[in-house]
Design a binder for this molecule. Sequence first.
Ligand code: A2P
Length: 294
Amino acid sequence: ASTQVKLNTGAYMPTVGLGTWKSQPGAVEHAVEYALKNGYKSIDTAAAYQNEAEVGQGIKASGVARDSFFLTTKLDNPDQKEPDAALQSSLSKLGVDYLDLWLMHWPAPMTKDTPAKADFSHDWLDTWKNMERLYKTYPDKLKAIGVSNFSVEFLERLLAVATIVPAVNQIELHPSCPQHDVVEYCEKKGIVITAYSPLGSDNSPLLTNTVVTKIAEKYGVAPANILISLQANKPNVTVLPKSVTNTRILSNAQIVDLNAEEIAELEEIDKTHHFRACHPDWTGFGSLGFPDCK
Ligand code: A2P
């Protein structure tokens, strides 16, 4: 697998990056600092994770220069009406002057109520138009824009009106949620896929799946490495293993080249063990075009 993937902007995104969904303030500072000091060149966060300030502290503590790593954050659903302020807030919490990539977190505008509700007074296509405006107006602050959690149906609606093709679509991707249709569609359109929850998120049954452990033994690596490598081996995919544990952060960066037979075996898992780790129950949005997303 190559160590980086070219985006439609011409910039390169490192193949493996550190995920921080569910990484708590108090732990994530150290995880980010440790990852950057130990060779990670990509960090992913989101306003919705409520850890941008701590991710920023980790970046600062690492002493790694801003232009030596790739930084992604995401526009939160309740901020879709106010993307200018949201961008400024993310930059200031992270303590950086620019983002390498800014994603619409979900095609799902929500209110600022607690709990937030679907906001049908706002169209997410208008959010994209505003993200395009910000990208064109502030090339010094935004190096690329993209989307997250977009099914083919939603990508089609986006591409029908977009003047800028998203650089990336970040989606849940692992053997039990392979989303072949989205991966193939994005490859055709020149959109890089970023895989989140490549291990299947917390307490994942994939880490003890016998197909995964058998291949891991063959290569003398951990099951996690096989799951991360499965994504990293795809030509248009980057991958974000999440960990707050030093030993895992280190070992997760190791990629092995799987052969076609092993890849086929891993792809079989979904037939009997399908699950989606992230499917917020956002009444009002339907399945967002994902058949298994409630
Ligand atoms: P922790 O952060 O406590 O180390 P995903 O990347 O699919 O979202 O998975 C993240 C989950 O997998 C977290 O619970 C994380 O725990 C755990 N994890 C991360 N790396 C490994 C690994 N190498 N082996 C086992 N579990 C891991």
